[in-house]
Design a protein around this ligand. Structure first.
Ligand code: NIG
Ligand code: FE
Length: 421
């Protein structure tokens, strides 16, 4: 086999190996960390992982050898919950938020998600594309190599298709891989304010089948929340989605404990996301149903809300994933490293648990664990090189970008913190 690339002189290599199932309990903290390690890459995939000088035997005429000078190396980070593609921004709501006006109240007054819906409807394909591309560049510069991207700022067939098609084009053009989720049930559009049932019927009977037929989304998600979509409505939408062949996700128990976590377990969702207000029973059901808890600490931080109870979830053997929730309202930041630091500082997770949550568990959360999420032979050579000596340093020195290099499919796409693709 012709070896294209060898990354050598890795001070600490966190492999996340043997990760056929999401890691739970102690498995999130007990990681293999190789010292003085190397990774050999062929045709974009990991060919060999080892320690010491063994790599020398693999060097051929055209092998590129990158010496990373003793740095920390991990699997490429995975951001498994974002609202990447949207028009506009919402800094006009910032002072309301600072004055304590609740997030849901802003939405109910026609702002919030609905104001981004207006901006997204008005934006052209190219405007949405260029804005989202800028965000993807930022994300990869923070070490992210795969991103889940939701629709949900159209709330009509035409705009939902536009958002999803932008994401598909970016998947072709940008080094980051995207995974697509339909979130038509993100809010009730203004036109249906007095008849939400009619909007739900439109989703189930027309929009969701069309999106599936066009193969634009693999997952279907719902914003199940008091004042948005009830548990019963969410169940109806997601059951239909399942019958159409979508895999399921749910925004659950973010603000009020209405039973979103319980519903996620009942329906077999791959993940339930947010969960700041989830009940103990809901978390127990999730553990029993193997639903991944996808926690979004950047959102709790930005909304000034108590964080989800990650320690309790780990104790209950619920698998945890962490992601940014990047969106123009509740979390306008692409910085997954900051989210990881909040994982330690606010969720009281260990650095190892946090890394598990943004690599292999995040891969499971988007059903990609066969290809990504660990440094193992045969997986994609998606690799993050941090200018840090160990995992603790990465979390302790907060608010900066620790990335030195990022490889996507074995190609150097970020060098000295900046995109070079
Ligand atoms: O996950 N909670 C619902 N949806 C997004 C926020 C979207 C927005 O405010 O634009 C979230 O936080
Ligand atoms: Fe979200």
């Amino acid at each position: 086999m012709k070896i294209d690339l060898i990354i050598k002189n890795i001070g600490k290599l966190v492999t996340m190996e043997n990760s056929f199932f999401p890691r739970i309990g102690n498995q999130m903290n007990e990681l293999t960390i190789l010292e003085n390690a190397y990774i050999a890459v062929a045709q974009g995939k990991i060919f060999q992982v080892g320690v010491g000088d063994e790599y020398k035997k693999l060097i051929g005429e055209n092998t590129k050898v990158d010496d990373v000078g003793g740095k920390l190396v991990t699997p490429g980070l995975i951001d498994s919950h974002t609202h990447l593609v949207h028009g506009g921004s919402r800094e006009n709501e910032f002072s309301k938020k600072l004055n304590g006006v609740p997030y849901i109240q802003i939405l109910q007054e026609g702002g919030g998600i609905l104001s981004t819906v207006n901006a997204t409807k008005k934006a052209t394909f190219d405007e949405l594309y260029n804005k989202a591309k800028k965000s993807l560049d930022r994300m990869v510069e923070f070490g992210v190599t795969t991103v889940e991207s939701k629709s949900g700022y159209g709330l009509d067939l035409e705009t939902e298709i536009k958002q999803l098609e932008v994401a598909h084009k970016l998947n072709e053009d940008h080094p980051i891989d995207l995974v697509h989720t339909f979130l038509g049930a993100h809010a009730v559009p203004v036109e249906y304010k007095n008849n939400p049932k009619a909007y739900i019927e439109l989703l189930v009977k027309e929009i969701m089948p069309k999106i599936k037929e066009m193969n634009l989304a693999e997952f279907c998600d719902v914003f199940c929340e008091e004042g948005v979509f009830s548990v019963e409505e969410s169940e109806y939408i997601l059951k239909n989605a399942k019958d159409m062949g979508y895999k399921l996700k749910i925004h659950a128990d973010e603000i009020a404990p209405i039973g979103g976590a319980e519903l996620a377990a009942k329906l077999g969702c791959i993940s339930a996301d947010h969960l700041m207000a989830a009940s103990d029973k809901g978390l127990e059901d999730m553990a029993g149903g193997n639903v991944i808890a996808n926690i979004l600490p950047g959102t709790s931080f930005n909304l000034n809300k108590p964080s989800a109870n990650a320690r309790k979830m780990i104790d209950l053997n619920v698998a945890l994933s962490l992601s940014s929730d990047y969106n123009p309202g509740s979390c306008p930041s692409e910085n997954l490293q900051f989210v990881m630091q909040l994982g330690c500082l606010n969720l009281k997770m260990t650095p190892n648990e946090v890394l598990t949550a943004v690599t292999i568990n995040a891969a499971h959360c988007i059903d990609r664990a066969r290809e990504i999420g660990s440094i193992e032979v045969g997986k994609k050579a998606d690799i993050a090189v941090f200018d840090a000596p160990n995992m603790e340093y990465l979390m302790y020195h907060f608010g900066i970008n620790h990335i030195d290099k990022v490889y996507k499919d074995g190609v150097l796409v970020v060098n000295n913190k900046h995109v070079v693709y």
